[in-house]
Design a protein around this ligand. Structure first.
Ligand SMILES: [Zn+2]
Ligand SMILES: [Zn+2]
Length: 280
């Protein structure tokens, strides 16, 4: 159980370009693999801007493999700041089709086309093919600019970008999948807190979970800290990062952590844009 060694760092906001892209591997030697899984929060915000947090996007890297999970507005900028860049992402895995999870998909595609990167794979729940078709009907000039492969997945196990991934259907206003990468990392996608999802995440070194609002906000389709704490109670999880944060959560982090902590005694933190968590 690899939860002893979880390091976290801000990856900084240094200017980066193609010449400063360590995660691509080629600049540090073609056969030097990344030593462990790295999870980088690119966007920890939601559909309403906070001015600080961009929309949903998480970069997962292991042994030279890279997958971008969700691609909301601002993720393309954060990718560049992370040092990975649009060149370093050839597979996007979508949890669901809300705008705050897909808004930068076509901008990513266009950046890759302009840079001569010829391939992009988009993997997501049922309807992902229709989504891409419809987007490319609107932005017709983007059709056939790159070799686009679209694959739909259902709850269960499959491979994405060389990762073995499990998917689990969440409780949200659109069909949404949570994804689990072995024992290392689980991402809730957008979801109410419920026992099935907590079961799905149990045993993960890292769980990134939607915690959109503080207690007292009348909300469905997303958790509040109280409901999340109740469902996590008693679970074995290395560390929980809260993400998908609406502006309502600003200035209320302490009380949110206390509310979760009233039920769940594990390590819970707020995710920040450009924060990287390394898992051994
Ligand atoms: Zn959503
Ligand atoms: Zn969302």
């Amino acid at each position: 159980m690899p939860i002893e060694a979880i390091a976290s760092q801000q990856s900084g906001r240094k200017p980066t370009g193609p010449a400063a892209a360590p995660a691509r591997g080629i600049l540090i030697g073609a056969d030097v693999p990344l030593p462990r899984m790295r999870v980088t929060f690119l966007g920890t915000g939601s559909a309403l801007p906070t001015g600080e947090r961009f929309q949903a996007g998480i970069l997962v890297q292991e042994d030279g493999r890279t997958v971008l999970v969700d691609c909301g507005a601002g993720v393309l900028q954060r990718l560049q700041q992370s040092g990975v860049g649009y060149e370093g992402v050839s597979t996007v895995l979508l949890t669901h089709h809300h705008l705050d999870h897909v808004a930068d998909l076509l901008p990513l595609m266009k950046a890759r086309w302009l840079a001569g990167e010829e391939h992009l794979e988009v993997v997501g729940p049922q309807g992902t093919k229709a989504l891409l078709d419809d987007l490319l009907d609107v932005y017709e000039y983007m059709r056939e600019k790159i070799d686009l492969q679209v694959r739909e997945v259902v709850p269960g196990e499959f491979s994405v970008a060389g990762f073995d991934v499990s998917a689990y259907e969440t409780r949200h206003s659109l069909p949404c999948l949570a994804y689990r990468f072995g024992d290392l990392f689980t991402f809730s996608g957008d979801s109410e807190a419920f026992a099935g999802l907590a079961n799905f995440a149990e045993g993960s070194a890292i769980l990134a979970h939607d915690c959109s609002f503080p207690d007292g906000v009348d909300v469905s389709n997303h958790p509040t800290p109280d409901s999340l704490g109740r469902e996590l109670a008693g679970r074995e999880i290395g560390r929980v990062y809260l993400t998908h944060l609406y502006p309502h959560t600003e200035g209320r982090h302490d009380e949110m952590l206390e509310s979760i902590g009233a039920h769940y005694d594990g390590d819970v933190r707020f995710a920040e844009d450009l924060q990287t968590v390394s898992i051994e």
